[in-house]
Design a binder for this molecule. Structure first.
Ligand code: FAE
Length: 523
C-alpha cells in the first residue's frame, strides 16, 4: 500500500466522506451586535494564553479591558465542535479542505473554524483561532519545563520564583491533573500509550507520565458512558465539546466574572499606529463566519497588549512597521524557533496483536524522555492516531533543542521565515536515532505511510520567539522604545523550552503582568 491509498482506505473505512450541510451553517450564524468604534483604556489583541492571563489579572485589579479576537466565540455561539472523523464547521479557518497534519481528504465550506495552518516555504505552522486561542485545538499536555533547561533558556530569570510561585499558580488556574494509573492500564482507548511505553522500555528509553488539562474524572465517566464522549469520540484539534479545560472555562471565564472584560470576537486587527501622545490606533476588520469583511473599524487605546500568539504578534509588529513606520527595534523577528518540533512515527507496530489499538483517546498522557542523553537529547510525545480502526502505526511528536534559531521578517505584504533544513538537521538525526532503536528492539518500519521518508520535519505546533523577553522587550514584556505597548505571549520565549509550551507561556505572563500591575504601568 502506498501513502495515499493508506490514508484514503483508512478514512473511507471509518466513515466515508462527510458532506457538510449548507443549512447547518446558515441557521447557526451568530447574531453580531453592532458595536461602535471603541476608545478603550486597555486593549488586548488575542484571547489565547498570554491574553487570557493578562485579562484576568488586570480585571481583578479593577481595570476595564477590551479583548479583540479574530476567531469566533464558540462557547456563546452554541455551535458544536466537529471530530476528526467527521470534519465540519470548526475544522478549519476559512479553508475548502481539511488541514490536519495528514488525512486531508475532506471538503469543507468556508467557515471561521478553530484550526488554522500558516504555510511557509519549509515549514507549516498550526495555530488556534477563536475565543481561547490555542487552548481550543491543543492536546492539553501541561508540562513544566526541566529546571536546568529553563535556566539555560532564561538565564536572567529567578528560577526559584518560577518553580515556587508561577508554575504552581499556572497549573492550578489551568486545572492540570494526571490520569489515574489503574484506569490507564485497563482502558482500551489507551492501548497506544501502553504499547508505546512498553516498546520504549524494551528499546532502553525512559518514559514519563504527562499531566493534562483534560478532566480525567470526566474521562472515566465518558468511558462508562455516563456523560457524552469527547476524548473518546475523536475530538481534539477541531475542538472538544466536553472534558477539556480550555481557557474559555478557566482564565477567561474568571475574567468575565469580574464584569470588567469585554471580548469582541470576529474582529481582526490589521495594523497598529502610534499616535503623538503615545496612544495607539488600531485598524480593525469585522468579519462574518464566511470570512467576509462586514465593517472596517478604528479602535483606540492608551495601553495595548499584543497577545496574538507568536506568529500573530510578529505579523502585527512587522506589518505595522512596513505600513506606517511603526517603531520596532532590531530584535523583533529574531530568535525564533519551532520548539524543536519534529513529527515522526513507525508503521507495522505489533500488527499481529492488535497494533496500537482501534479505539484511541485523543488526549496524550505518555512521553519518552531522552533529554539527559548528551548526544541525542529529546522528548517524544506518544501521540494518538485515532482513525477508528487499528492502523498498527505509532505516532510521535518529538521536541528537541533548537540550537540554530530562525528569523522572521516581512516582505511583499507577508511574513517570511528564514528556516530551512539546516535548522532541523540535528532534530532529524535524533528522530532517526529514536526510530531505528525502537524498530530494532520491537520490529516496525519508518512511518513512510504517514510522512515522506518517515519524517515530518515541516510540522510545527509550537512556534516560539521573535519578540524575546529581555531582548525585544524589557524584562517584563514592555516593547523597547514604547511606553504603553506590552507583548505577552509565546513570542517572549526564545524559540525553545524543551517541552510543550503553554504552561511556560502562562507562568511567564503571570510573572510579567504581576510586575506590570504593581509598578502602575496600567494606571
Ligand atoms: P495563542 O494561544 O495562539 O492565541 C493567540 C490568539 O490571537 C488566537 O486566538 C488568534 O486567533 C488571535 N489573533 C491572532 N492574530 C490576531 C489579530 N491580528 N487580530 C485579532 N486576533 C488575533 O497564543 N501546547 C502545549 O503546551 N500542550 C499541548 O498539548 C499542545 N498541543 C498543541 C496542538 C496543536 C494542534 C497546536 C496547534 C498547538 C498545540 N500546543 C500545545 C501549542 C499551544 O497551543 C500554543 O503554544 C499556545 O496556544 C500559544 O499561546 P499564545 O498565548 O502565544
Amino acid at each position: 500500500m502506498d501513502r495515499k491509498s493508506f490514508i484514503r482506505n483508512s478514512l473511507l473505512a471509518v466513515g466515508g466522506f462527510y458532506f457538510l450541510q449548507t443549512n447547518l451553517f446558515e441557521a447557526a450564524q451568530p447574531k453580531f451586535k453592532d458595536k461602535k468604534d471603541i476608545n478603550a483604556p486597555i486593549i488586548i489583541i488575542g484571547s489565547g494564553y498570554g491574553g487570557a492571563v493578562s485579562a484576568l489579572r488586570l480585571c481583578q485589579a479593577g481595570k476595564k479591558v477590551v479583548m479583540l479576537e479574530m476567531g469566533m466565540n464558540w462557547k456563546s455561539s452554541g455551535l458544536p465542535y466537529s471530530n476528526l472523523l467527521k470534519p465540519g464547521p470548526s475544522s478549519a479557518w476559512l479553508k475548502t479542505k481539511t488541514i490536519a497534519p495528514f488525512f486531508n481528504i475532506f471538503s469543507l465550506k468556508l467557515f471561521t473554524g478553530v484550526l488554522d495552518r500558516l504555510d511557509f516555504e519549509n515549514i507549516n505552522i498550526w495555530v488556534g483561532r477563536g475565543v481561547g486561542g490555542g487552548s481550543l485545538v491543543n492536546g492539553g499536555m501541561a508540562v513544566t519545563p526541566k529546571r536546568n533547561y529553563f535556566e539555560e533558556v532564561f538565564p536572567h530569570l529567578d528560577s526559584d520564583k518560577f518553580y515556587n510561585i508561577y508554575f504552581p499558580k499556572a497549573k492550578e488556574e489551568l486545572k492540570v491533573n494526571v490520569i489515574n494509573e489503574t484506569f490507564l492500564q485497563e482502558c482500551p482507548f489507551y492501548k497506544f500509550t501502553r504499547v508505546g511505553e512498553a516498546e520504549a522500555h524494551k528499546a532502553g528509553f525512559k518514559t514519563v507520565r504527562v499531566p493534562n488539562v483534560y478532566d480525567f474524572s470526566y474521562m472515566e465517566r465518558e468511558y462508562k458512558n455516563e456523560v457524552p464522549r469527547s476524548a473518546f469520540n475523536t475530538e481534539v484539534i477541531y475542538g472538544n465539546n466536553h472534558g477539556k479545560n480550555s481557557l474559555d472555562k478557566t482564565y477567561l471565564q474568571k475574567a468575565l466574572d469580574t464584569g470588567n472584560l469585554e471580548i469582541i470576537d470576529l474582529h481582526h486587527v490589521d495594523s497598529i499606529q502610534l499616535n503623538d501622545d503615545q496612544s495607539y490606533t488600531l485598524k480593525v476588520n469585522q468579519i462574518d463566519t464566511s470570512g467576509k469583511s462586514i465593517a472596517e473599524k478604528t479602535f483606540s487605546c492608551k495601553k495595548l497588549i499584543l497577545a496574538a500568539g507568536t506568529m500573530g504578534t510578529l505579523q502585527l509588529l512587522l506589518r505595522s512597521h512596513a505600513l506606517h513606520h511603526f517603531p520596532i527595534n532590531d530584535y523583533v523577528g529574531k530568535n525564533w524557533g519551532n520548539n524543536g518540533n519534529f513529527m515522526t512515527g513507525r508503521n507495522w507496530v505489533k500488527p499481529m496483536t492488535g497494533g496500537t489499538g482501534s479505539k484511541q483517546s485523543t488526549i496524550p498522557v505518555g512521553g519518552v524522555d531522552n533529554w539527559e542523553d548528551p548526544e541525542h537529547p529529546f522528548f517524544a510525545e506518544i501521540a494518538p492516531l485515532p482513525m477508528g480502526m487499528d492502523v498498527a502505526t505509532a505516532l510521535y511528536l518529538q521536541i528537541n533543542r533548537v540550537d540554530k534559531k530562525g528569523e522572521v521578517s516581512y516582505k511583499n505584504n507577508q511574513l517570511v521565515l528564514d528556516w530551512n533544513e539546516s535548522h532541523t538537521q540535528k532534530m532529524k538525526e535524533n528522530a532517526d536515532f529514536f526510530i531505528k532503536k525502537m524498530n530494532k528492539a520491537n520490529g516496525g518500519t519508518r512511518a513512510h505511510l504517514l510522512f515522506k521518508n518517515g519524517f515530518g520535519a515541516n510540522i510545527c505546533y509550537h512556534p516560539l520567539g521573535g519578540c524575546v523577553l529581555g531582548e525585544a522587550t524589557d524584562e517584563f514584556g514592555k516593547l523597547k522604545n514604547h511606553d504603553n505597548l506590552f507583548v505577552l505571549d509565546g513570542s517572549l520565549i526564545p524559540g525553545t523550552i524543551g517541552v510543550n509550551p503553554f504552561v511556560t507561556i502562562v507562568a511567564i505572563t503571570e510573572y510579567c503582568i504581576e510586575n506590570l500591575i504593581s509598578t502602575n504601568q496600567f494606571a
